[in-house]
Design a protein around this ligand. Sequence first.
Ligand SMILES: *Cc1c(COP(=O)(O)O)cnc(C)c1O
Length: 406
Amino acid sequence: MAKMNPNFTKLKKNYLFIEISKRITDFTKANPDAAKNLIRMGIGDVTRPLVPAVVEAGKKAFDELAVKETFRGYEDSGRGYDFLREAISGYYKDFGAEVPADEIFVSDGAKSDSGNIGDIFADDSVVLVTDPAYPVYVDSSIMGGKTVVYASSDESNGFAAMPENFKGSQTPDIIYLCSPNNPTGSAYTREQLKSWVDYAAANKSIIIYDAAYEAFITESDKPRSIFTVEGARKVAIEIASLSKTAGFTGTRCGYTVVPKELTLESPDGETSLFDLWSRRQGSKFNGVSYPVQRAAEAVFTPEGQTQTRETLDYYRKNAEIMQETLTQLGIDFTGGNNSPYVWFKCPNGMDSWEFFDLMLSKANVVGTPGAGFGQNGINRFRLTSFNTHENTREAMERLKKLLLPL
Ligand SMILES: *Cc1c(COP(=O)(O)O)cnc(C)c1O
């Protein structure tokens, strides 16, 4: 009989979103009227539609595919058309990062790249992740047989783990960082990221930097790209996505930057990480659809930037509304400034599932229990700004009503 990959037995049950939807279904069945007022601020999916510049570009590209002269099939490189890679390179230049177009790999999103990148590292690699973290880093590392170690993100460091928060004795080969962070909403300053870059250089580790939320950054001391930090090209790759930046969660497009000077130890010395990733992608990936790449290109035009910024501002306003309420209630939180998430301490010593149930049953608001992201989330709760102003205000009124009499 064919045997399963035994590493899969080491995965934790992926019960977070399953358990959330089960509890919602149970509640809805028992309370059909209250269920009509349910406000969902749990799942990290955007809610505002694609902007007109993006939609027009995508439609136009589809029309080209309908005509013999302009039809396109497989893309030669599978790494993204030049027009899009040049546009991304120009976008980086706007916030001070030198990223040559030929170091950019266009992808179907940051989730697949952040999981697939493990393919090019040895199975016995030690992977450092922050706790809490986006679950993909942990699960994909475990599937590949790698060892996962943790650096604690907690109240002592504003939920932004630093190298000294890793207490283990192993030397990490791979370090996953996510800033602005999902789920904690914290964002590293340039100095903090420099500490990580120096740490990686000293330990000969590779940083996999997830910049999926870079577009939410407003504070100038928080870098939009790790490549604005000195020395980063020698230790880091960066993974980004148009999912949160431009509402591409359903359209699917992201990109990964691999500096050509990065190397990994190999049996005959050192091998270029860029070559390894090219080989991996060439074998298992055939590129992103042409219309989606044209739609993505439109995000980086002046018109696309103006339009997508309006959407980002809309979400920012929601984050502000949540921050105001949490401040009024005297609840400790991180996020909301450079992030669509607020991450706050569950009141009255509740754990995150208890508070989830209370919010669902008494306020009819759905959030995400922090426990789903790691040990350090067991008494924290995540709310997202991907909703309407009206719903966000209403949810905050209900939270106040729920907590003020306590
Ligand atoms: C949403 C998200 C992504 C984006 O994933 P896509 O596959 O591009 O949609 C990546 N990383 C984190 C931490 C995210 O929250």
